[in-house]
Design a protein around this ligand. Sequence first.
Ligand SMILES: N=C(N)NCCCC(=O)O
Ligand SMILES: [Zn+2]
Ligand SMILES: [Zn+2]
Length: 315
Amino acid sequence: MSVPRGPVDSSRVPRFAGPATFARLPRLDEVGHADVAVVGVPFDSGVSYRPGARFGPSAVREASRLLRPYHPGLDVSPFAAMQVADAGDIACNPFDIREAVETVEEAASGLMEAGTRLVTIGGDHTIALPLLRAAARRHGPVALLHFDAHLDTWDTYFGAEYTHGTPFRRAVEEGILDTEAVCHVGTRGPLYGKKDLDDDRRLGFGIVTSADVMRRGVDEVADALRQRIGNRPLYLSIDIDVLDPAHAPGTGTPEAGGLTSRELLEILRGLAGADLVGADVVEVAPAYDHAEITSVAASHVAYDLISLLALKEEK
Ligand SMILES: N=C(N)NCCCC(=O)O
Ligand SMILES: [Zn+2]
Ligand SMILES: [Zn+2]
């Protein structure tokens, strides 16, 4: 039996039929080894406001049925260039955040053992910490581009260290980021105080605000980010709330004045050539969504991330 590769043929089986793996790709257990695996983490016990991101992975998979095999913007057919498979969900304890964080780290590390690179669908932003740990185990401290309305470098919430507002402070404390190349993109909205920005700067982060993207334009922003990253191993963490609520209403902590989905996708495309080692798309909370606006956007972001990984494979 030959190993399946790529999405189910949509000229034979309509896209709305059959199980919703990401982009209707084969499951990891059907292909054995994958160059890239899409994995879900249905976990939202780290949220500070609206819950619901535990249903993100299934909503993004459902919305990904319409994705097509060729990416004209990057001139790549990601599912032909490499084996991409859906690894299903990492099942983690919704009642014990610390245990869940460990489960995600171990499961992600296990998947990466064979050289598989991960595109993870969240889940709330807490999960970026164990995913970065797994990336750093393999590659050493990684460069990070963090697309988000929020800094997520706060210290604790109600005394809790592991939450969706704190993963990147923990990551710096743990020494798993290359703090010469860590930057937030799309930041906006009210903060608790000026100290938030001072702390964030002290941790080593640069900031490209949502307003900066508007004023400087996507090409200039992407070029500057590419330069800052150089050829370091790069992890991309994308909180879907980086998009304006008009483009992503289905999320837990929406903030006005965000990026358009077009801006986000174009900045990502401008990162072509970077040494991308892993990525996540988090904070899709489908209960607040309308007409799959948010999960469609997230599915396209994931597709672009996979396409960036494919460019690397093609070389
Ligand atoms: N959406 C994420 N990841 N973090 C938002 C935390 C905002 C807050 O509770 O102040
Ligand atoms: Zn956020
Ligand atoms: Zn976040």
